[in-house]
Ligand binder design. Structure first.
Ligand SMILES: [Zn+2]
Length: 292
């Protein structure tokens, strides 16, 4: 099974996770910029984080044979803090960097006027940078939040096929598919969505524009939930080709719209061997190993 995890926060994960993910078939992933749990108090805190997403974490993933990409945005939760909103003027330059494949996560948390404004501004940035957008749907009031999200997408002028609406469930999948956007599902240990519910949704709505992720972060989560979803699909009678479509070809097709995906094997990587210190990447100087 080859796996592209289209939403996982590796900054919060360990090297054991990277090794287990490689063994499970993960060869590429996307790490969206999000909030850190602890609120940020200034713009510099965002910039160091963005730099680590496009630099250090990309290097770290490559040491374990995994191609790392990022999405960059001011997340909906921190859009409500005036100290954080100043980062908006810095975001366009990050959208040009190697390995940045979308604007995200954007969307709604509590659906405040501030969130409206920041969401719309970042949709415009995606339009200007010709990048796809990763949209987070709120945990509370999901259906209303999804409706409003899709309205903002329509008004933005960003084509629906350039938008992935994430953290969906049985209540809002139809709405998203009808809009022409891609539908993302986060498989979590005890909330959101589990592998069996995921299989039921795929049986009901088909595999078109369907994307599955682990969304693993600093909370209780599991970076191998993508594999679990693939196994549950096989057990339910889906073919290997169906699994490949959902776990690899679909997310690749979506993020390839950025023209910034790298999917070939990491040069010099040997599974099971200690990470090489100086793995180098085409077209990037940030990604040389740390000096010891
Ligand atoms: Zn996330």
């Amino acid at each position: 099974m080859r796996i592209f995890d289209p939403h996982i926060h590796m900054t919060s994960r360990t090297t054991n996770d990277y090794e287990a993910m490689y063994a499970a078939g993960v060869r590429a992933l996307v790490e969206p910029a999000f909030w850190l749990g602890q609120p940020r108090t200034n713009v510099g805190s965002f910039l160091d984080y963005f730099d680590s997403l496009v630099g250090w974490e990309r290097f770290r993933a490559a040491q374990f044979g995994i191609r790392h990409h990022a999405t960059i945005a001011l997340n909906p939760k921190e859009a409500n803090d005036p100290r954080c909103r100043e980062v908006l003027s810095e975001i366009p330059r990050y959208l040009l960097k190697d390995g940045v494949v979308a604007v995200g996560e954007v969307g709604y948390d509590s659906m405040t006027p501030e969130e409206d404004e920041v969401f719309a501004q970042q949709m415009q940035m995606a339009l200007d940078a010709e990048l796809p957008v990763l949209v987070h749907t709120p945990h509370r009031d999901k259906l209303a939040g999804t409706r409003r999200t899709l309205d903002v997408v329509r008004e933005s002028g960003v084509p629906a096929e350039m938008v992935l609406v994430d953290h969906l469930n049985e209540t809002n999948v139809e709405l998203v598919l009808e809009s022409g956007a891609w539908a993302g599902f986060s498989i979590y240990p005890d909330t959101k969505m589990d592998p069996d519910r995921m299989v039921s949704i795929l049986s009901e709505y088909g595999l078109d524009r369907m994307i599955v992720n682990s969304a693993a972060d600093w909370g209780r989560s599991d970076p191998l939930k993508t594999l679990a979803a693939g196994k549950a699909m096989l057990a339910a009678g889906f073919s290997e080709d169906d699994v490949d479509r959902v776990l690899w070809r679909n997310p690749v097709e979506f993020y390839a719209q950025s023209n910034n995906l790298i999917l070939d094997p990491v040069p010099g990587f040997q599974p099971g061997e200690p990470p090489a210190a100086g793995v180098e990447f085409e077209g990037s100087s940030v990604l040389r190993g740390p000096r010891k």
